[in-house]
Design a protein around this ligand. Structure first.
Ligand SMILES: NC(=O)c1ccc[n+]([C@@H]2O[C@H](COP(=O)([O-])OP(=O)(O)OC[C@H]3O[C@@H](n4cnc5c(N)ncnc54)[C@H](OP(=O)(O)O)[C@@H]3O)[C@@H](O)[C@H]2O)c1
Length: 316
């Protein structure tokens, strides 16, 4: 292991980071070693990663000092923050700054920051098409990440900014799978009209990140976007119908209706989908499927993702 380049993976126990850890471990001759960072080294997920061959190291994004220690000796660092744990964009920016400063102090050679757009660049707070949230954001879980892009350049660390996409896995883990409507039919509900939603199997985010580390200098200083396929709500429903052998319809709602669903974060997600709908050409164009497949030839299409994971989608 000592002659291998270490990649320290923030969120190593999470959906994005664990995909990267597994990609590194699988490529035994690749010259890289995986160091998974977690606050809970004794959790089942952390133990499973250690058993699979990862080094598991304690670190907390709220503590720059813990990150410095965890990044020591690493060649690369993957950074993701988890908005949904605290719903605070400001906290995500502060956590990203801790990671950027720690990466600088540890003389890391390549950072990948898992980011999203600052939607306020296209929808300023004065634009009333969607409400302003938390006083100064339109899509807090996007805007904080986009705002944090600059903390990596400010810190002077060699960075690739990785624009990720909606995970199809949200149908399994995030309550976004088909639900029975009043007519008893299974439906997926989105406020994206007939526009395309760039999306990806979350395991492919980690595989793409690994390819970016392997290709080294090529992507340092660049912002790149990834997706596995770009489909409309109707196409997503049709794919489910075929895979599940049960009819699933597309329930198109307005962003206003979506924001009003009342679950935590419904307003943020309603604004997010409206942004994706209203700036669809830009948003899809920033996440070329062809480019993503050139990074990761194993990239799953939607149908391939369904074939692999359809049995995990909870159905009523
Ligand atoms: N769902 C989507 O479609 C989608 C698409 C694009 C981007 N995203 C973004 O992805 C992010 C979540 O990533 P994910 O899905 O990989 O997360 P996840 O599966 O929910 O796991 C969260 C990870 O973050 C780690 N973590 C959280 N707070 C931490 C802290 N203070 N210090 C150290 N580690 C911490 C957790 O580690 P431990 O608990 O083990 O410490 C865990 O590994 C969100 O910010 C979301 O906006 C989501």
């Amino acid at each position: 292991m000592s002659d291998k380049k270490i990649i320290a993976v923030v969120g190593g126990t999470g959906a994005q980071g664990s995909g990267l850890v597994r990609a590194i471990l699988k490529d035994k001759q690749g010259g890289f070693a995986a160091r998974a960072l977690t606050r809970k080294v004794d959790s089942d997920k952390a133990k499973a990663l250690a058993k699979a061959g990862a080094e598991v190291v304690a670190a907390d994004l709220d503590s720059e000092d813990s990150l410095k220690k965890a990044f020591a000796g690493a060649y690369g660092v993957f950074v993701v923050t988890n908005f949904w744990e605290h719903f605070s964009a400001e906290k995500e920016v502060a956590q990203a700054r801790n990671a950027a400063n720690a990466a600088k102090a540890a003389n890391v050679k390549h950072v990948i920051w898992s980011t999203l757009e600052d939607t306020r660049q296209l929808v300023p707070l004065s634009d009333n098409r969607m409400p302003t949230l938390q006083g100064k954001y339109k899509v807090p879980h996007f805007d904080g990440k986009g705002e944090a892009d600059k903390v990596f350049s400010d810190a002077g660390v060699p960075t690739t900014w990785l624009l990720t996409s909606f995970y199809w896995d949200n149908m399994i883990f995030f309550g976004m799978g088909p639900k029975k409507g009043p007519d008893g039919k299974l439906a997926i509900t989105l406020p994206t009209a007939d526009k395309k939603l760039p999306a990806i199997a979350v395991e492919d985010i980690g595989k793409c990140a690994y390819a970016i580390f392997k290709r080294g200098k090529e992507f340092i200083g660049k912002k790149i976007g990834i997706s596995g396929e770009q489909l409309t709500g109707a196409q997503l429903a049709a794919g489910l119908t075929k895979a599940l052998g049960r009819e699933v319809v597309y329930n198109a709602v307005t962003p206003e209706a979506y924001r009003g669903f009342g679950f935590p974060g419904a307003d943020d997600l309603g604004n997010m989908f409206q942004y994706k709908r209203d700036f669809n050409d830009y948003f899809c164009g920033a996440r070329s499927v062809e480019f993503t497949r050139s990074l990761n030839p194993e990239l799953l299409s939607y149908d391939a993702w369904l074939a692999k994971y359809k049995d995990k989608i909870p159905l009523e």
